[in-house]
Design a protein around this ligand. Structure first.
Ligand code: FAD
Ligand code: NAP
Length: 313
């Protein structure tokens, strides 16, 4: 059944930015509505240990996000399991259409749709997605007990995925296009000490190879970035961990974006190019992309929205 509901503040996204905005907006008595999207809890639900969330020496990503949701709810946020499929920012109140059939109208919108995993864009990667090719070790690692696996990438995600996958795999080959990692030193040290992990420097994936009946991966063909030499690495699983891109499709053509889709905000603020629309977290941050920075921006967005509403109401 389709219905329309109005809220003073609509928060789109349920990662650290969305839930923090919800906590602050609730405490400002703005009675926010938060729409969770396809991934309730956001990116941290796809990882295991988080070791840099202040106050928790170690916390499991999914547990932290369950706690944030409970916190937002306890403060009075209405949390809705829906996906926004269309957003009209051309006039106030702003209008968002939910996949459920509900139309949300809002006096202010906080965008916290975060980021999604990037893919290499190879035809063979697409062919084997879900049949040996994955972008989430915590989701799919379990299927590769005793198998050989490759991980592509050299950032924090790739290193964490490689370390996590050693819980299941007999061998993990980390394929990176340079000989220097982007990951934090503490993670790099763990990776280099782990006997199950073999780094393969200066290589890039050119093709995922496998069988079609049944569909499954048997290996990858990789190319040396300097010599061009092709090597085949046998494996059952390929984990692509080459970074994330902002989830800004909803606002494409409506808000100013830069650097591949990151929403532009006014320096020192979460204000976007449309008054009453605020953006927080990985959606707007090409630089830091951390849980704590996203949460910080979520706080700012709620405070900015509160000030905006006070100025127009
Ligand atoms: P996200 O967490 O990306 O959440 C986005 C939310 O928006 C999701 O809930 C999604 O469902 C929702 N959404 C998207 N589109 C729509 C839509 N159309 N309608 C409604 N909702 C929508 N950071 C750290 O600080 N420490 C770590 O240890 C750490 N580990 C990580 C491990 C991995 C594997 C990954 C991938 C990232 C890790 N990060 C870590 C980075 C951290 O997860 C992100 O910086 C943070 O989650 C960004 O928060 P966010 O709220 O901006 O967005
Ligand atoms: P990232 O830091 O952008 O790293 C992406 C890696 O993939 C880089 O090593 C890059 O190589 C490589 N790469 C990119 N495109 C490629 C391509 N087409 N082919 C081959 N390799 C490619 O992304 P991330 O590791 O997903 O991290 C994203 C953000 O989340 C970061 O800010 C990170 O700090 C944060 N995060 C934090 C934690 C933590 O705190 N523990 C954990 C996970 C993620 P180059 O190095 O050559 O560019």
């Amino acid at each position: 059944m389709s219905d329309t509901r109005h809220t003073r503040v609509l928060i789109i996204g349920s990662g650290p930015a969305g839930y923090t905005a919800a906590i602050y907006a609730s405490r400002a008595m703005l009675e926010p509505v938060l729409v969770q999207g396809m991934e309730p809890g956001g990116q941290l639900t796809t990882t295991t240990e988080v070791e840099n969330w202040p106050g928790d020496i170690e916390v499991q990503g999914p547990d932290l996000m369950v706690r944030m949701e409970a916190h937002a709810k306890a403060m009075g946020t209405e949390i809705i399991g829906d996906l926004i499929t269309d957003l009209d920012l051309s006039k106030r109140p702003f209008t968002a259409k939910g996949d459920s059939g509900t139309t949300y109208t809002a006096d202010a919108v906080i965008l916290a749709t975060g980021a999604r995993a990037k893919w290499l864009g190879l035809e063979s990667e697409e062919k084997f997605k879900g049949f040996g090719v994955s972008a989430c070790a915590t989701c799919d690692g379990f299927f590769y007990r005793g198998d050989e696996i490759v991980v592509i990438g050299g950032g924090n995600t790739a290193v964490e995925e490689a370390l996590f996958l050693t819980n299941f795999a007999s061998k993990v080959t980390l394929i990176h296009r340079r000989d220097e990692l982007r990951a934090e030193k503490i993670l790099e040290n763990r990776l280099l000490k782990n006997e199950k992990i073999v780094p393969m420097w200066f290589h890039e994936l050119v093709e995922v190879v496998g069988e079609t009946d049944p569909l499954g991966v048997t290996g990858v063909r990789v190319k040396h970035t300097k010599t061009g030499e092709i090597t085949e690495v046998p494996c059952k699983g390929v984990f692509v961990a080459i970074g994330h891109a902002p989830a800004s499709e909803l606002v494409a053509g409506q808000l100013e974006t830069h650097m591949g889709g990151y929403v532009v905000t006014k320096p020192g603020s979460t204000e976007t190019s449309i008054p009453g629309v605020f953006a927080a977290g990985d959606l707007t941050d090409h630089e830091y992309r951390q849980a704590v920075t996203s949460a910080g921006m979520g706080c700012m967005a709620a405070l900015d929205a509160e000030r905006f509403l006070a100025s127009v109401e």
